[in-house]
Design a protein around this ligand. Structure first.
Ligand code: F3S
Length: 282
């Protein structure tokens, strides 16, 4: 079987950096915690657990930790979590992706100047929660075109719009347009990360050329789910798998060319395994 693997498949810069930082801490031999799973990949999280890394699941659990190092993942956290880690005298390793940190800084600055923050993104996603947690006053999250249309605020309020780094660029533009038409005083900072755009564009291009497309990523990874949806639009034979073990492809005989891409949290070794499996077994 002929296989095309996307160049932009797998770990992005921010995730790679965060994972490396946890492994560096493991080597130091102190109790290590990550605030939430370091990435949306069960294999990596399990490997870290075997090496003694504990995942803190909530603010309450963090309050019970008495010693050690807490690593903040690439998604970032609200300001109050950083304050809690400091207040408890724990060592904090902030592996927030610099692109996400930039959004925190914008939100803190603009909300400090009195602007109302609107985050275009998925409500409840940890990155969005983190971003909102740097606003001085309550920030709003807007997820859909309907929500953008329904949004209201005082006519004299200034609005600063930012986006979740993994949000779809076209949808973001459409939503911004709705805000503009409302006549509010709006400033927009496009904080969508290039890694996502590049991965999505390349995935669509490959999916349009191949007979079957495989998207690898964690069940709970929203960027992988989006990749899957994008590929599905171009190629009806698109499969979403977590590891090579999920690969029970019943490919039609006519399939000659298979494309592979992977979400931002998929380690290289998993991509390699899938690639080799497809090449050899089909
Ligand atoms: Fe950072 Fe972009 Fe990855 S924001 S975590 S490099 S998707």
């Amino acid at each position: 079987m002929e296989v095309i693997v996307a160049e932009h498949a797998g770990f992005c810069f921010g995730v790679k950096r965060a994972v490396e930082q946890v492994y560096e801490q493991v080597a130091k031999g102190r109790p290590i915690y990550t605030y939430g799973p370091i990435i949306h990949n069960e294999e990596v999280v399990k490997d870290l657990e075997r090496r003694g890394v504990t995942v803190i699941g909530s603010e309450e659990e963090l309050a019970d930790v008495t010693e050690g190092t807490v690593v903040i993942r690439s998604h970032g956290v609200p300001e109050r979590i950083v304050a809690l880690i400091d207040a408890k005298g724990l060592e904090c390793v902030d592996a927030t992706c610099p692109f996400v940190k930039r959004i925190h800084n914008i939100v803190a600055k603009e909300s400090g100047a009195g602007k109302k923050i609107v985050v275009i993104g998925n409500a409840g996603h940890p990155e969005v929660e983190g971003i909102m947690g740097w606003a001085k006053e309550g920030a709003a999250v807007v997820e859909s075109l309907e929500e953008a249309r329904d949004f209201t605020c005082g006519k004299d309020e200034e609005i600063c719009i930012v986006s979740q780094t993994t949000f779809n660029y076209n949808k973001f533009q459409d939503m911004v347009e709705i805000f503009m038409k409302k006549g509010y005083n709006v400033s927009v900072v496009n904080t969508i990360c290039n890694a996502t755009e590049e991965r999505q564009t390349e995935a669509a291009q490959i999916a349009a050329r191949v007979d079957a497309m495989i998207v690898i990523g964690g069940k709970h990874s929203s960027n992988t789910r989006k990749l899957y949806e994008i590929c599905m639009q171009e190629c009806a034979n698109t499969y979403f798998i977590q590891t090579v073990d999920d690969l029970h492809l019943d490919l039609p005989k006519s399939v000659r060319l298979v494309g592979i891409t992977a979400g931002a949290s998929t380690p290289n070794n998993i991509i390699e395994e899938v690639q080799n499996y497809v090449r050899i077994n089909f």
